[in-house]
Design a protein around this ligand. Structure first.
Ligand SMILES: Nc1ncnc2c1ncn2[C@@H]1O[C@H](COP(=O)(O)OP(=O)(O)OP(=O)(O)O)[C@@H](O)[C@H]1O
Length: 318
């Protein structure tokens, strides 16, 4: 078996009396696209900082690209932090060449690689612009290039999609997938479970410093099966009010995801008697729903995806 790119063994980190990460063990296989997910403040960034040796754990062991407890492997790691910053007065092309050479690339090669990436991300015409002239989305893509330009074996991206419009999100998404196809290991930290769901092949879910789920997407979905019904009706969430057997409803706005105890045909009939249906589909639960099931209703309030609908006695409130 090949060595994992990252291995954490029983790692704990506290800040004063607050435990940010508790007894965390984790293995990120080489070549995987591993999602670190969890709501704000759950311990993702602290975990990443320990992987990068910016922080030392209070206890436990951190091994990255085969090296235990040293910073030596950092040249082989690309890190896109959540708090971003670029030298504003520098021109884009020069800046990227500079970042590549900082990571040990010959300048000519770094410039060539910068040109390739600028073209790949639709930014060629901005090569001679100063960073300060770029829009937020453009500087985010430049920061991404600065992270990947030196072809690190391991790339850690903290919320890489925040603030990107759907077109640029797609551009970045396919660039990340291409890196993984080429054998790079990518860790993607995000609180957006829908993004993680679309992209990752493995994931770890962290909540209040504890690992609550870890595995391949196939294992995770296999465990939860197809026990969710996606419903789209003219009446919206109100159509579901008071139907016996409904255990949980997540209202996604134009559609609802329903966990139903019993024969789904009974739900179909009950709905058809009340409203016009445009979708009724048995499907697997979303990651967000799995997270709520594991972490409890309190966790629902700490995430932004989908509104939880509480079932009152015989009815619902939203
Ligand atoms: N340097 C620090 N000093 C004190 N507390 C800290 C420090 N860094 C993190 N924490 C606390 O540890 C907890 C975990 O924070 P962390 O930044 O790892 O979460 P996160 O999952 O990355 O959240 P976000 O998505 O908001 O970035 C939080 O309660 C945070 O306030």
């Amino acid at each position: 078996m090949t060595r994992p790119a990252i291995q954490l063994t029983r790692v704990t980190k506290t800040f004063g009396s607050h435990t940010a990460v508790r007894d965390l063990s984790l293995e990120v296989p080489e070549g995987s696209l591993y999602g670190f997910i969890g709501p704000n403040g759950s311990g993702k960034t602290t975990t990443i900082r320990m992987i990068l040796h910016i922080l030392s754990p209070d206890s436990g062991e951190v091994s990255v690209l085969g090296e235990v407890g040293t910073r030596a492997s950092n040249d082989r790691i690309g890190y896109l932090p959540e708090e971003r910053g670029l030298y504003k007065k520098m021109k884009v092309g020069r800046l990227l060449g500079y970042y590549g050479s900082l990571k040990g690339m010959p300048l000519r090669e770094a410039r060539k690689e910068a040109d390739r990436w600028l073209e790949r991300l639709g930014l060629t015409e901005w090569k001679d612009a100063r960073v300060e002239a770029l829009s937020k989305g453009m500087s985010q893509k430049i920061q991404f290039i600065s992270t990947v330009i030196s072809k690190p074996r391991l790339i850690i991206l903290d919320e890489p999609f925040s603030g990107l419009d759907p077109v640029n999100l797609e551009v970045l998404r396919s660039a990340i997938l291409e890196l993984v196809t080429d054998g790079t290991t990518v860790v993607l930290s995000t609180h957006d479970m829908a993004v993680a769901e679309q992209l990752c092949d493995h994931l770890i879910m962290i909540f209040k410093g504890d690992k609550v789920l870890d595995g391949t997407m196939n294992d995770i979905y296999g465990k939860y099966g197809q026990d969710t019904i996606r419903v789209r009706t003219e009446a919206g969430v109100r159509a579901l009010q008071g139907i016996a057997g409904i255990e949980h409803v997540a209202d996604m706005g134009t559609f609802q995801e329903v966990r139903f105890r019993g024969d789904s045909q009974d739900l179909l009939q009950a709905l058809a008697a009340r409203t016009r249906l445009t979708q009724f589909e048995e499907t697997r639960p979303t990651l967000h729903d799995i997270f709520i099931r594991i972490a409890g209703p309190e966790a629902a309030r700490s995430t932004g995806d989908g509104a939880e609908v509480a079932l009152a006695a015989g009815g619902m409130t939203s």
